[in-house]
Design a protein. Sequence first.
Length: 293
Amino acid sequence: MPSSGKGALYPFRGAFWIHWIGRFILIIAFQSCSAPQVLWVVDSLWVPVLGEEFPRQIATVERESGYRIKTVPYSYQESDRVDIEKHLGEGTYAYVVVSPYVSMELEALEVRFSGVTFLCMDAPEGFTPHANVRGISFDPVPSLKEALKKWEQYRSSKIPKDKERKLLILAKDSLPIFQESGFMESTLNERLLVIPNGEAEDVTRKNLRRELAQPVDLLVVWAGKATALTLEILSGLENRKSMGLIGWEIHRFPGIEDHPFVVSLYKDYAGALSQILKGASIPSRIPYNMFSP
């Protein structure tokens, strides 16, 4: 029987699609290989702070920025330094992300690989790195101002301004931050508990219990190690269910969902890198991020 000719076309179509699929895969592979790269040296001391969500955050930054981000651990062993030196020698990186301690540990590598820009996240005040190291610090003041605005919007429909009761529990060294942010109004309805550096835990606990037992509409806690102690005591108090809460990384603590108003401020390292990769310049200060459960 003579062929209609249709069957003869199928092998051609198969070859055609195999050809173009192959070209498509090669293009994707080429783009992946040619994408600019970032090496993130993950400080072992930062692992608890970065949290379990860090890999997902890095994947999001890659997708949004077009950069490939390679993470390597650093636990202050000589083998770690050798591994990082190997990565730097074999790859081409637009940026290398380090912590302040890692930056000091790898100072010799920073000098040697002078063509690479190192980003020192959470750089402290007075940080004076090598010429190709850019210090990035986190500024809580803009975010605290925004958190205060959010509270005012919430409070305006529920609590008269002259009846509002605030309690600020602050570490001594955080006082200037809150003075600049507008929280320190020195009103009759605002109480302040300052936790001195090195204060004994039993003394801190006693003072916290005394202050938290009184009526509070808004609790602001920025007290370093005493933050966990504050939230532990608070979890056993019934008045927490009518208390608004603003604090540093308080979203990581259980029981936060019991509060009617919560703003948690935190240092968003992956978000800071995303801002840098998508921007035209490298900022020296980046605001804290905010989370409301």
